[in-house]
Design a binder for this molecule. Structure first.
Ligand SMILES: [Cu+2]
Length: 275
């Protein structure tokens, strides 16, 4: 069984293997499709129309399926690689080892936001952005500039304590665990982390920054943790909700997976520890 680990506890070899698998997907032309898919859902997911990837209950199962597909792509390159997660309640500064040149590389430079260190620096040659919001083909970051701090452990605990999974109107104004975790209301967890990283992470093309996968892996872990703590609660809505993916309805773009299919992550992988 594949085990997803905290990035802070990966060995140097595990970090290298992960980075090399990501770079191999990029070289093979397989990476950019993930960027395009994510962006097309960001554009089409609206509060009052059909919504699948974001602003809706299926935010969590959709990204679980999306991450699984990416992880399987990595494993087609190197079967021992799993997605690491970034616990941003613990590793909360620009000097965390996550941003070392041997792993994801560091902050963007102040003049133009360009990441200039590590394997995803433009000058390193292996990370030219093709699916991009403008003509600039280098990865950009602005760590901690648009929002001062990452979510704290206490803030995260307060969201894990929410009983109901989601609630009408099933969008960015809903009460419930999903919308507080996604960050449209309350203490703001997921959205705030995208903004804290800055650069491409604040756009629909956020998977251009490989930290996207580590961030969403932690979001996925927090969903699993909420499930463990609230065994009597489950995915909502159950059925009959227009424009929203009910428990037994398939999700685009795969059209073969329902939220119900995604509830038990242990069919595919486990996490090294609880929250
Ligand atoms: Cu997303």
């Amino acid at each position: 069984m594949a085990v997803r680990k905290n990035q802070a506890s990966l060995t140097a070899k595990e970090k290298r293997d992960f980075v090399n698998a990501v770079l191999a997907l990029k070289r093979a032309g397989r990476y950019d499709a993930f960027v395009s898919t994510h962006n097309s859902f960001i554009i089409s997911d609206t509060d009052n129309g059909e919504r699948v990837g974001h602003r809706s209950p299926s935010f969590l199962p959709w990204h679980r399926r999306f991450l699984l597909q990416f992880e399987q792509a990595l494993q087609s390159v190197d079967p021992n690689v799993t997605l690491p997660y970034w616990d941003w309640t613990a590793d909360r500064t620009a000097s965390a080892s996550l941003w070392d040149a041997g792993f994801l590389g560091g902050n963007g430079r102040s003049s133009d936001g360009q990441v200039t260190t590590g394997p995803f620096a433009f000058a390193a040659g292996g990370w030219t952005l093709n699916v991009r919001p403008d003509s600039r083909s280098y990865l950009r970051r602005a760590l901690g500039s648009a929002v001062a701090s990452l979510p704290t452990r206490a803030e995260t605990e307060s969201v894990l304590a929410i009983q109901a999974y989601d609630a009408a109107p099933w969008n960015s104004s809903s009460e419930g665990f999903r919308n507080n975790l996604e960050g449209w209301r309350g203490v703001n967890l997921h959205n705030r982390v995208h903004v804290w990283v800055g650069g491409h992470m604040t756009t629909g093309m956020s998977p251009n920054d490989p930290v996207f996968w580590l961030h969403h892996c932690f979001i996925d872990k927090l969903w699993a943790e909420w499930q463990r703590r609230h065994p009597g609660q489950g995915y909502l809505p159950a059925a009959g909700t227009a424009n929203v993916v009910d428990l037994g309805e398939t999700m685009k773009p795969w059209n073969d997976t329902t939220p119900a299919d995604m509830l038990d992550h242990t069919r595919h992988y486990t996490y090294d520890t609880g929250f």
